[in-house]
Write a protein that binds this ligand. Structure first.
Ligand code: C5P
Length: 240
């Protein structure tokens, strides 16, 4: 795989103030094709946070994890599609009708503005939840089984892919086949600080497990030389 293909498989999680995030993204953009804009940036700046990264040439991964009644999610997804984002997240736990509505809204919103349709990715069980938390919410099965059931539901509803841990990726590939787009956070280059990611894996592991897009935040943010860190990630993805 060449460098430009690796770039299409790396997203920078921009979990920081906008000005700082724009400066960081513009320096690593030769190696990371996507900027992941999450709830905090979007709550503070709205669509301006999306267009700012697009102006730098980044494709935007809008990580809003939508979860509401289908009509409300369809309207929000249509607005996201109209912004020309490349990826949008929803919670699979919102149910089949809600995921379907998100896909419909995202496609229609993009089409109205002449953008390619965003990929709608479903989040299954948040990796921050323990087995006890999953039981407290009311799931009767273990987190892994609940995640697989929600993944099947999302794909049935037309989701383009899933957000999953690198450790789940291989099992999901086996279960769902080659087409769902798998996006994995929880990436730590060998020897890097894990922070609060208890189940982190290396970029090469994620690629071999079948991940299409790797989301990386702190290993780039906190690196003494973020550009060198991004270059090393791209190299590892190319050789993985
Ligand atoms: O800094 P780090 O590389 O851990 O950032 C990972 C990014 O992926 C963060 O934006 C985090 O919110 C997000 N994420 C995650 N685990 C999930 C879903 C999203 O770490 N299950």
């Amino acid at each position: 795989m060449d460098g430009s293909a690796a770039r299409e498989r790396l997203a920078l999680a921009v979990d920081m103030p906008l000005a700082q995030g724009l400066a960081l993204y513009s320096s690593v953009a030769p190696f990371m094709g996507y900027a992941k804009v999450g709830l905090s940036l979007f709550v503070e700046h709205g669509p301006a946070a999306v267009t700012a990264f697009q102006k730098l040439g980044g494709r935007v991964f809008l990580d809003l994890k939508l979860h509401d009644i289908p009509n409300t999610v369809e309207l929000a997804a249509a607005r996201a599609g109209a912004l020309g984002v490349a990826l949008l997240t929803v919670h699979a736990a919102g149910g089949e009708a809600m995921v379907k509505a998100a896909v419909k809204g995202a496609r229609e919103g993009a089409q109205r503005q002449g953008h390619p349709p965003p990929r709608v990715l479903a989040v299954t069980v948040l990796t921050s939840l323990s087995a006890a938390d999953v039981t407290d919410i009311g799931f009767s099965s273990a987190p892994e089984a609940a995640a697989q059931r929600l993944a099947q539901l999302a794909v049935r509803a037309g989701a383009d892919g899933l957000v999953c841990s690198p450790r789940e990726a291989e099992g999901l590939r086996r279960l769902l086949g080659p087409s769902p787009f798998l996006c994995t956070p929880g990436i730590r280059p060998a020897g890097a600080e894990r922070g609060d990611q208890a189940r982190a894996e290396t970029p090469a592991f994620a690629v071999r497990a079948g991940a299409d897009l790797l989301v990386v935040g702190r290993p780039v943010h906190t690196a003494p030389d973020p550009v060198a860190a991004a270059r090393a990630l791209a190299l590892e993805v190319s050789s993985g």
